[in-house]
Design a protein around this ligand. Structure first.
Ligand code: LCS
Length: 421
């Protein structure tokens, strides 16, 4: 839904997360946004129905096109990101694929980061290639790699920062300058940071994508996605594609996510405080070989993180002794920390990208992208730090007495099966 943020005073991030998208929806003085659980909306007259369809008059028509509860969530996220408007989608992947569908045509070229969520990469590699769209994957942590890959046909630069799962960063201002110079769009998947920590539009991005399933909802109980645009032209294009292709969000889903969003700032604050302490703990643990967390002075892009983020986030990746086998021992021995994919919830989760979220990428391409077989990814939640530290410590200390990993898992990873992303 389009938003007129000029009417709103400039508010802080917590205040915005709590109030945006809810101020103008009062019917009975209710404080929370109601669920408008209706697939369609009656017109007072045939003339009014026709006027709404032609765009001559505002008003609701049908929930695949617009719904008040979904619009409230869209307005909240658009406000937090500082965008012109936002369009909600059924899942994060619906948001990613709608951006591809809206802006790419036969003959277009994309420069994408090699380290992105597995499914976002597979769509470019195996699906859009069938429609004549070509993609070059680069290590986007170095802006010159993006620049070198640009062609006259390049229509889009697609990046994540922090990247899933290497937790390396893309320089947003650098990527935006290159895309602009070449007349391409910069689309940024901001799922790993979230809008309270990073707003890519401020650095020149044109489009921001979220899997709302993660930090914005924050409770591991709903799927959802969002596309935020800098200007009206891109908003209209994305809105059209999402409505036509039916990638729309359901009002009950929107209500649940809106409820999660109200506590986004406070959840992220607590989780990233835990993440900073855990990153230091992991760095000093004898079983841990390396740690990637932007808050550590040793992270190669620590200074960039300070420039473009308002905090270092809640995602850590690390390697352990004995490589893959050590990682499996760790994951099989955590108790409090859940062994599950996904991220961004109040509960901490651990997973192994090479055999799980990024298994659909062939092994040599995974290695090129820095997704090492030994890499373990940790989504830090809001539990008490001491409990998380103790759980990791006892599981890491089991690495010395691991049993040999089954050759079946290694063979499965080498074969890189497509489902599972
Ligand atoms: N973008 C990023 C950066 C993601 O990490 C994910 C899902 C998506 C988009 C897609 O969102 P969804 O359709 O699932 O709402 N990432 C997952 C992960 O790393 N583990 O499980 C899902």
């Amino acid at each position: 839904m389009k938003t007129d943020r000029k009417k709103l005073p400039k508010l802080g991030k917590s205040t915005t997360a709590i109030h945006a998208g809810g101020l103008e929806h009062s019917i009975y003085g209710e404080v929370s946004v109601p669920i408008f659980q209706s697939s369609t909306f009656a017109f007072p007259s045939a003339e009014e129905g026709a006027a709404r369809f032609s765009g001559e008059k505002p008003g609701y028509i049908y929930s695949r096109l617009d719904n008040p509860t979904v619009n409230a969530l869209e307005e909240s996220v658009a406000t937090l990101e500082g965008g012109f408007g936002a369009v909600a989608t059924a899942t994060g992947m619906a948001a990613v694929s709608s951006v591809y569908l809206a802006f790419l045509s036969r003959g277009d070229h994309v420069v994408a980061s090699s380290c992105i969520y597995g499914s976002s990469r597979v769509i470019l590699e195996s699906e859009l290639s069938r429609y004549g769209v070509e993609t070059t994957f680069v290590d986007s942590s170095e802006p010159s790699n993006i620049e070198k890959a640009m062609r006259p046909q390049t229509r889009m630069v697609f990046v994540e920062t922090p990247m899933n799962p290497s937790i390396r960063l893309t320089d947003l201002a650098g990527a935006a300058a290159i895309a602009k110079k070449c007349g391409a769009l910069l689309a940024v998947d901001n799922t790993f940071a979230g809008p309270t920590l990073q707003r890519p539009l401020e650095f020149g991005a044109d489009i921001v994508i979220h899997s709302l399933t993660k930090f914005i909802n924050g409770h591991a109980d709903v799927l959802g996605g969002m596309v935020v645009t800098r200007d009206q032209e891109h908003y209209d294009r994305v809105k059209k594609v999402i409505s036509l292709f039916g990638c729309t969000m359901d009002p009950h889903q929107a209500w649940l996510i809106l409820r999660g969003l109200r506590t986004l700032a406070i959840r992220v604050e607590k989780a990233q405080e835990n993440a900073m302490k855990l990153a230091h703990f992991l760095e000093s643990h004898p079983r841990v070989t390396w740690v990637s967390y932007p808050g550590l002075a040793g992270h190669p892009q620590h200074d960039l993180a300070k420039r473009q983020m308002d905090g270092f986030g809640c995602m850590i990746s690390f390697g352990v002794e004995k490589g893959l086998q050590g990682g499996i021992t760790l994951m099989n021995n955590v108790g409090l920390i859940g062994l599950a994919v996904s991220l961004g919830g109040v509960e901490s989760l651990i997973e192994h990208p090479a055999s799980m979220t990024h298994a659909c990428i062939p092994p040599e391409k995974r290695r090129e992208a820095g997704i090492l077989d030994e890499l373990v990814r940790l989504s830090v939640g809001c539990e008490d730090f001491e409990d998380l530290r103790n759980d990791l410590d006892q599981a890491l200390n089991r690495i010395g007495d691991y049993r040999s990993v089954t050759s079946a898992l290694q063979a499965e990873m080498e074969a890189s099966q497509e489902p599972g992303c």
